[in-house]
Write a protein that binds this ligand. Structure first.
Ligand code: SF4
Length: 466
């Protein structure tokens, strides 16, 4: 059965009303669970935890010169191998070399933003290595040929009916739209991959400096299958993930579970210190910089690196909730993506993102480690307008003209009314219900990716009626 908003062959990720509705439903559920979890803790204690989380991360970020060598020493003493990757090219090269040494043909991979950031899958596939995503959501979007649409729930934009149709089309199985059956189908397929993989790749949520322990937090057992079953485990971890000690980890785990999924503790918290009796024969830790040390030089924006990837800012963001994750055009989604992407990828690639915010402040209020996202958004806007020191960028002249026209229309009541009337006339032949699914050029630049909401009666008419 065809699915209206997914074209598996064309890898289309067009945002549709269906996708928006699925996104809103999932994010609302996540926020409701989060609110319940915080209520149990109590507001005062939650605020104290947030402050502690913020302080721990900021302390670690400003003492990386102390803690990263500690991680290296502890991991090496325990028999692991530590690699330093200055950028994505070096990180890919390191992983490819390890794979070549072990004649790796099949890799199982757990969910990891760092590997997406360095586009590792493509490099491995180009080298003739099959890579299987094992997080259920990642597995689904990989099958669909899509990108994740949410920082923690990659397939959040798909309903169970979508996933059933995908499994029927791609796996050739009889898949009813029943979550348990769908999970069982995926589990059966993935078991075969875990048992035949030559290498497991993971990211990491935290690195504990005092013992060199890698911490991976998941709600599925698949993560630990990747790190324990194959003979070689490679973890690719951003340098900002280091925290000083286990006391700090206790705070972080409380914040992450409650803020991300409304749980007291996440289902699987894997603590990996190399050299144990169980697990892989070889452990490699790739410490990834890729622009992070440059980000640390900016005293305002450096707090971006405190993110623990809980996804709460995306759940609460009214912009994310209406445009979906694909609209961010990058691997870092939602409000945190709007501040990470321009700093890591450069403003030439992602300079638009800090402007795509209403600055309502909800993301800053919800963040469990108190990252002042709205302030950083504003700061990055200044950096973009002034010309970023790392990538020259200017605001498009068309945007400038558009902003001036908008300012004039909004400040001139008769012009605003005339404009609103003209827009309603203009849209009549394109309108389908509450949406404008297609528009003529140049407006089709928008509708190629997502429908435009139809103009309804203007505010003044609405006000008079009420
Ligand atoms: S910025 Fe804060 S709320 Fe957003 S994902 Fe990171 S930790 Fe969570």
């Amino acid at each position: 059965m065809p699915i209206p908003h997914i074209d598996f062959r064309a890898n289309t990720q067009r945002v549709s009303p269906h996708l928006i509705a699925a996104t809103q439903k999932s994010t609302r559920t996540a926020l409701a669970k989060r609110a319940q979890a915080i209520e149990i803790v109590g507001e005062d204690q939650w605020q104290a935890l947030r402050q502690a989380g913020h302080d721990i991360k900021l302390h670690a970020l400003t003492h990386l010169d102390e803690y990263l060598p500690m991680v290296e020493a502890r991991v090496t003493q325990a028999g692991g191998v530590v690699h330093w990757a200055r950028d994505d090219v070096e990180a890919r090269r390191i992983v490819l070399e390890i794979a070549a040494q072990h004649r790796v043909k099949r890799i199982v991979k757990s969910k990891s933003m760092a590997t997406e950031e360095i586009e590792l899958n493509r490099a491995l596939q180009d080298a003739g290595i099959a890579v299987f995503e094992t997080d259920l959501g990642e597995y689904i979007v990989q099958l669909a040929g899509q990108r994740p649409s949410h920082p923690t729930a990659p397939a959040l934009h798909l309903t169970k009916e979508d996933i059933a149709a995908l499994f029927r089309a791609k796996l050739g199985v009889d898949a009813p739209p029943d979550p348990q059956t769908l999970c069982e189908i995926a589990r059966g397929k993935l078991r075969e991959e875990f048992l035949s993989a030559d290498m497991g790749i993971s990211g990491g949520n935290f690195l504990i400096a005092e013992t060199g322990t890698l911490v991976i937090v998941t709600n599925e057992g698949n993560g630990r299958m990747c790190t324990a079953l194959p003979p070689v485990h490679v973890a690719i971890v951003g340098i900002e993930k280091v925290i000083p000690d286990w006391e700090g980890l206790a705070v972080m785990l409380k914040l992450l579970a409650r803020s991300g999924t409304g749980q007291k503790i996440t289902a699987y918290t894997n603590l990996i210190t190399p050299g144990g009796e169980e697990g892989p024969r070889e452990f490699h830790l790739v410490l990834l910089d890729n622009g992070r040390s440059r980000m640390l030089q900016d005293e305002i924006a450096r707090e971006t690196l405190a993110c623990i990837r809980c996804g709460a800012c995306a759940n609460i963001c009214p912009v994310y909730n209406h445009v979906g994750g694909f609209a961010y055009g990058a691997i870092f989604l939602g409000p945190i993506g709007a501040i990470v992407a321009p700093q890591l990828l450069g403003v030439k690639v992602a300079g638009d993102l800090p402007f795509a915010s209403s600055l309502c402040g909800a993301c800053g209020d919800v963040c469990p480690v108190k990252i002042p996202i709205p302030n950083i958004l504003l700061h990055l806007r200044h950096r973009v307008v002034e010309g970023d020191q790392f990538a020259s960028a200017t605001v498009s002249p068309i945007l400038g003209v558009g902003a001036r026209v908008g300012t004039t229309a909004l400040g001139t009541p008769w012009l605003y009314r005339l404009g609103a009337r003209m827009m309603r006339l203009f849209q009549a032949s394109f309108r389908r219900g509450d949406w404008l699914p297609t528009l003529p050029p140049p407006l089709d630049r928008w509708t190629m990716a997502r429908p435009f909401p139809a103009f309804r009666s203007d505010f003044r008419a609405w006000w008079r009626r009420r």
